[in-house]
Write a protein that binds this ligand. Structure first.
Ligand code: SF4
Length: 252
């Protein structure tokens, strides 16, 4: 069984899948223990490489300064009333995570639970994202997560173009402060907003885009995985792609 298959099975297991297909090992020629050892090595890289070593950082803004700037920015915009969503929101959802993150995940907009708690990705889709992150050996505390919109659209409808236009400058500023090494858009809404494109997901996935010179990849929103099992495998492939790209970026 090749490494990709083993990785995917591990991903399914980490995501809490109960029914995992049992592979046919009869015709397998490779030594599985060797593959598992390779995989462990790769996993170890993922965890180790994502630990922040200040000496490795080439950012012009220190981690402390980024945190301070983000805090100040949050207080500047948390009472925003630029669009009508300010009237229906319970809580403004700024973003959360490591201000000095290598990876920034960007979703669409807060959902019901996020609106109540003021924290991004804490509902069902958020819990699934946590499991995907864990399967990729990433901790929420070492990445940064934000949305295109900071306030919940009623009934979780798609953001209106006018809402995106008004809210996007906030996300641009967050990215400017955090200076992630790579951005991962979760779903087409985030990708369309940041890349100014209408391309579909199959066109957007599997390649490295650029947002203001920052590498960016696109994968499915976790909510899509809740709707259909068929998005799990491509999402896992996108996460492996993300980790590989980050590895390349950090080795330059
Ligand atoms: S969605 Fe954005 S622009 Fe609209 S009120 Fe909320 S923070 Fe302001």
């Amino acid at each position: 069984m090749n490494r990709k298959k083993i990785e995917y099975l591990r991903f399914l297991a980490d995501m809490g899948e109960i029914f995992i297909p049992i592979p046919n090992l009869q015709n397998e020629k490779r030594n599985t223990s060797t593959e598992l050892s390779d995989m462990a090595e790769k996993r170890a890289f993922s965890a180790a490489s994502l630990n922040k070593e200040s000496a490795e950082k080439q950012d012009t803004i220190s981690a402390d300064k980024k945190k301070k700037l983000l805090d100040e920015f949050y207080h500047q915009i948390r009472d925003c009333t630029k669009c009508a969503l300010s009237k229906t929101r319970h809580k403004f959802v700024f973003g959360a995570g490591n201000a000095d993150a290598d990876i920034m995940f960007i979703g669409e907009a807060p959902g019901g639970e996020e609106d109540l708690q003021g924290i991004p990705f804490v509902g069902r889709a958020g819990k699934l994202l946590d499991r995907i992150l864990a399967a990729a050996r990433l901790k929420r505390s070492e990445v940064y997560i934000a949305n295109v919109l900071k306030c919940r659209p009623p009934k979780n409808r798609d953001p209106l173009p006018s809402e995106e236009e008004m809210c996007l400058p906030y996300l641009h500023r967050q990215i400017e402060i955090i200076q992630p090494k790579i951005i991962c858009c979760l779903g087409r809404v985030a990708a369309h907003a940041l890349l100014r494109t209408k391309a579909n997901m199959s066109e957007l996935r599997g390649q490295v885009h650029k947002y203001r010179n920052i590498p960016m990849i696109v994968t499915y929103h976790p909510a899509a995985l809740l709707r259909s099992e068929r998005f799990k495998k491509p999402t896992w492939e996108d996460f492996l792609f993300l980790l590989d790209e980050l590895k390349k970026i950090k080795s330059r």
